[in-house]
Design a protein around this ligand. Structure first.
Ligand SMILES: Nc1ncnc2c1ncn2[C@@H]1O[C@H](COP(=O)(O)OP(=O)(O)OP(=O)(O)O)[C@@H](O)[C@H]1O
Ligand SMILES: [Mg+2]
Length: 522
């Protein structure tokens, strides 16, 4: 047969050649001995040989050298059962061009009967492009796998259309605690709580993803060990090019910490607002304390005036006496000196009283200081003694020696003592009979300094022992009922305690503590 020679061919042969030539693939006809008897123009193009170069050659010239030794045997096997089939099923096939370059191929073998006997028609497809595309796809898949698997902050996995888990990344293992081999093949509802499963949430979430393309939720999920975590869950429906559902991609994030952090932030915010409110309250209380102090001092004006008057009057008397001693012939210098010393003493005393009044009237922010509580009490008693005396009340003290210094604002604590004295004097002035005795006792009580103020007034009904500290609780016609309320807020702010109890056989006792200053020697 001579298909290569157009001049000698029959009409049938010519038709056959035209058809084969028009085929989009390289086609070779090979005889049983493995010789090329015909090649189409595609074959010329693919292999880089001219038809003349091909025809008559062993087909092995198109087989890469490294595969050549096996080829004759493979050819023989074909002839034991010649039928149409792809060549080299399951193997990668390669062909070699005239220039020696190799390329991957797919080969179809078809036995055909012609006049010269049975031949094999071999159709060869250059699959370089497809292979390259496949390789690129594999590489990109690998890159994605490495990327997805490398993510540890998110559980990323896929489920099939029935909800069966098909793969698993490292983040999923970290968050949920399952290893890949434990979980692939399971239904994804195993991450749902029992309540969610009972409510058919797993199935519904897939249905929503199918309907809307995506499902998103924040909900509790279960780890392998049964513990719960708050999860942000996204399910994306995956479809192929023809729109058919092929499964779901699921991304789960553990947001327990984030929610926790948000909660802590909120708590911090609340406590900030609270501390601002408390600060505002303290400011108002301090303001009120000052106003109340000024008011109390106002009430005491008459007795305070008397108190200041005494040393001033004494000074005047002593000055006259001194003048008299000096007018004598000879002047009595010693007596004059003593009178002048008394003047110095009295004027100093008057000055001290005025300074204390000014201190008590002064408006100053509360300060944390350390001070001798006995000294502070003595000053207050001096200011109120005239008032007490006027009401027939005697004030006694039992001030302990060697007390630690108190920690706090001296003026505010003086205000507390002053309020207690004024209340006690007012209370006792209402009783007609019996002694009117006010005692002020200081003592050490652990890390605190304790001040106790018993009186012999009418005392307090047991039911009122707490009520009297409420604002506006008063039994007096002109009282505001603020005194004890202010006292308590002052003492509380100092970290101490103020309370009342009954005295025996009658009267009330007020007690308060103030922390001792840690640096003060006992
Ligand atoms: N030593 C006391 N003996 C008996 N009752 C007292 C004594 N101290 C306070 N009370 C009672 O507690 C009430 C409240 O006292 P508080 O000092 O808070 O207000 P007030 O003295 O009535 O008015 P003010 O605001 O002018 O002080 C008094 O009205 C009085 O009934
Ligand atoms: Mg009062």
């Amino acid at each position: 047969m001579s298909l290569t020679n157009p001049n000698g061919e029959s009409t049938g042969e010519r038709r056959f050649r035209l058809v084969v030539d028009a085929a989009p693939n390289a086609i070779l006809m090979i005889d049983q001995a493995g010789r090329i008897v015909m090649a189409n123009s595609q074959a010329e193009r693919v292999f880089g040989y001219s038809r003349a170069e091909l025809v008559g050659q062993s087909v092995e010239i198109l087989v890469p050298e490294r595969l050549r030794p096996h080829h004759p045997e493979l050819r023989k096997t074909f002839w034991t059962d010649p039928q149409s089939r792809p060549m080299g099923a399951g193997r990668d096939l390669y062909a070699v061009r005239k220039d020696g370059s190799e390329f991957p191929v797919e080969i179809g073998l078809n036995p055909i009967e012609i006049e010269d006997g049975t031949m094999v028609l071999s159709a060869i497809v250059d699959i370089s492009a497809r292979k390259a595309a496949e390789l690129a796809l594999r590489e990109s898949e690998l890159r994605y796998r490495v990327l997805v698997d490398g993510v540890t902050d998110y559980a990323i996995y896929m489920i099939d259309p029935n909800g069966i888990i098909t793969n698993w990344n490292r983040g999923a293992q970290r968050i949920k605690g399952y290893r890949t081999e434990e979980i692939v093949g399971q239904h994804f509802s195993c991450f749902h709580t029992e309540e969610d499963r009972a409510a058919n949430v797993p199935q519904q979430s897939l249905e929503i993803a199918v309907r809307d393309g995506r499902y998103e939720a924040e909900a509790w999920r279960l780890r392998k060990d049964g513990s719960r975590f708050l999860a942000n869950v996204v399910i994306d429906a995956l479809r192929n090019d023809s729109g058919q559902l092929i499964g779901f991609a699921k991304i789960t994030r553990d947001i327990t910490e984030r929610v926790q952090a948000a909660r802590e932030l909120e708590e911090a915010r609340i406590s900030l607002v609270k501390s601002q409110a408390e600060e505002a309250l303290h400011r108002v209380q301090a303001e009120l304390a000052h106003v109340a102090r000024v008011a109390t001092m106002g009430e005491l004006t008459a007795s305070i005036a008397h108190e200041v008057n005494q040393p001033i009057a004494a000074t005047a008397a002593n000055a006259q006496a001194a003048l008299r001693w000096l007018a004598l012939q000879p002047p009595d210098m010693e007596e004059a000196r003593q009178a002048l010393a008394r003047i110095v003493h009295d004027s100093k005393r008057a000055g001290d009283i005025i300074r204390r009044i000014r201190d008590l009237m002064k408006k100053a922010p509360p300060r944390v200081d350390r001070f001798d509580i006995n000294g502070a009490i003595r000053e207050v008693i001096e200011l109120s003694r005239a008032d007490a005396t006027k009401n027939g009340v005697s004030i006694q003290t039992q001030l302990a020696n060697g007390l630690p210094l108190a920690k706090g604002d001296r003026i505010e604590l003086q205000q507390v003592v002053l309020n207690l004295i004024v209340n006690a004097v007012e209370a006792m002035s209402t009783v007609a009979e019996g002694p009117r005795e006010l005692l002020i006792v200081t003592a050490r009580a652990g890390a605190d300094v304790l001040v106790t103020v018993p009186d012999t007034g009418p005392g307090l009904p047991a039911a009122d022992l707490e009520h009297i500290f409420e604002p506006f609780h008063t039994t007096k016609q002109t009282g505001l009922g603020m005194g004890l309320s202010i006292c308590r807020s002052i003492i509380n702010a100092h970290g101490g305690r103020l309370w009342a109890s009954a005295n025996l056989p009658r009267g009330a006792i007020f007690h308060f503590t103030v922390p001792a200053h840690p640096d003060s020697a006992s």
